[in-house]
Design a protein around this ligand. Structure first.
Ligand SMILES: [Mg+2]
Length: 363
């Protein structure tokens, strides 16, 4: 009897630097060590946002993307530090160089995160766990920083794993554990599952991967659209997405043409909220964070304009996408205008930072 060869099981590592910007600041400025610091915009004035905060600050509930004013309320002794993107980029390149000792199949997601495919590693170490350990050690010794690693057979599981024992963690989900790992995973952790979908799932008594697994592929597609097909596979531990060193996706967006022209700002904002849900879900699905948000508006006379804003840090979360889009809308003086189409697009996924001027306007 002929037995077809099993396809080679891949070895995927997801590396995520711990509290990256804040850790670099604490490394370079000894006076910040052991202190609650937030890298980002000042709490004075308007609109300052925390980009990254130290673990000391996280104990007080301070989080990324939180308004700096709110962060200061939670943690009154919080030290605000202006970001030094050039420094972070340099460190990021050094981290990339460490990765490249083991593989060329490196897919950066942002300055501080990347997937590595080490199915065949350059040094013929063979063990993905050993490679992850060596990478973490090199980052510690050469850069005086820590990273967390997730090791498994696909990108999806590796990424969730890297987050499980932060900071300075290494989590391995063995091939034989992948299915039960997925069964125990809360539905919120599946990508493509934003808040809306999660609520819908819960109302259907679907709380974990195990619950999703009880549904057929057709049922999943019927209830959750195209993503249903993905859920069907991923809950069975199947994620064939390759680690792509040169990612092709340049932008992710959604738009909607309305049955009648919108004239009220409240209506426009409500539509932007809906479109932002679709965009956020797509970004999650592709595991992308974009730094440039573009708003497209088509008026009743078919005249079309676009407005965009670049942020210091990639975003993929619904509240931020919606907030930036609404801000852009306000700047177009939408009062007394008739709008027939709105669209939101995120782009700028690579490791490049926006020009200095864009950063300064945010911070
Ligand atoms: Mg990180």
């Amino acid at each position: 009897m002929y037995i077809a060869p099993m396809s080679v099981q891949r070895k995927i590592i997801h590396i995520d630097m711990d509290a990256f910007y804040a850790s670099v600041e604490q490394r370079d400025n000894p006076e910040y060590r052991g202190k609650a610091i937030a890298v980002g915009g000042s709490p004075e004035g308007r609109g300052g946002v925390v980009a990254t905060c130290s673990y000391e600050a996280r104990k007080f509930g301070v989080r990324s993307a939180m308004p700096s004013k709110r962060a200061l309320q939670l943690c009154p002794h919080l030290i605000f530090v202006r970001p030094r993107f050039a420094a972070y980029k340099e460190v990021s390149q050094s981290v990339r160089e460490i990765f490249s000792r083991y593989t060329d199949l490196i897919e950066p997601l942002s300055l501080d995160e990347a997937y590595l495919d080490v199915t065949e590693d350059k040094q013929q170490i063979g063990s993905a766990i050993a490679i992850a350990q060596q990478i973490k050690q090199a980052i510690r010794e050469e850069l005086q920083l820590t990273a967390s690693a997730g090791v498994s057979i696909n990108k999806f599981v590796a990424k969730i794993a890297s987050d499980m024992q932060k900071p300075d963690g290494l989590t391995f989900i063995a091939p034989s554990q992948v299915e039960s790992f997925m069964e125990n995973l809360p539905v919120e952790k599946f990508f493509g599952v934003g808040k809306v979908t999660a609520d819908k799932m819960k109302s259907m008594n679907l709380h974990t991967g195990k619950d999703l697994k009880k549904l057929s592929e057709n049922e999943l597609v019927q209830y959750f659209g195209k993503s249903g097909r993905f859920y069907y596979k991923i809950v069975r531990g199947i994620d064939d997405r390759a680690v792509e060193p040169h990612r092709e996706t340049k932008s992710v967006g959604a738009e909607d043409t309305f049955a009648y022209d919108l004239t009220l700002i409240e209506e426009m904002n409500a539509e932007l909220d809906k479109i932002a849900v679709t965009v956020a879900n797509r970004l999650e699905r592709y595991q992308l964070k974009g730094r440039t948000v573009t708003l497209k508006i088509k008026y009743s006379d078919f005249k079309q304009i676009t407005r965009n804003q670049s942020l210091a840090q990639g975003i993929n979360d619904l509240p931020t996408i919606a907030a930036v889009a609404k801000q852009l809308l306000l700047k177009t003086e939408p009062e007394d205008k008739k709008i027939r189409l709105l669209g939101i697009t995120l782009s700028n996924f690579g490791e490049e930072q926006p020009p200095e001027t864009a950063q300064l306007s945010l911070f």
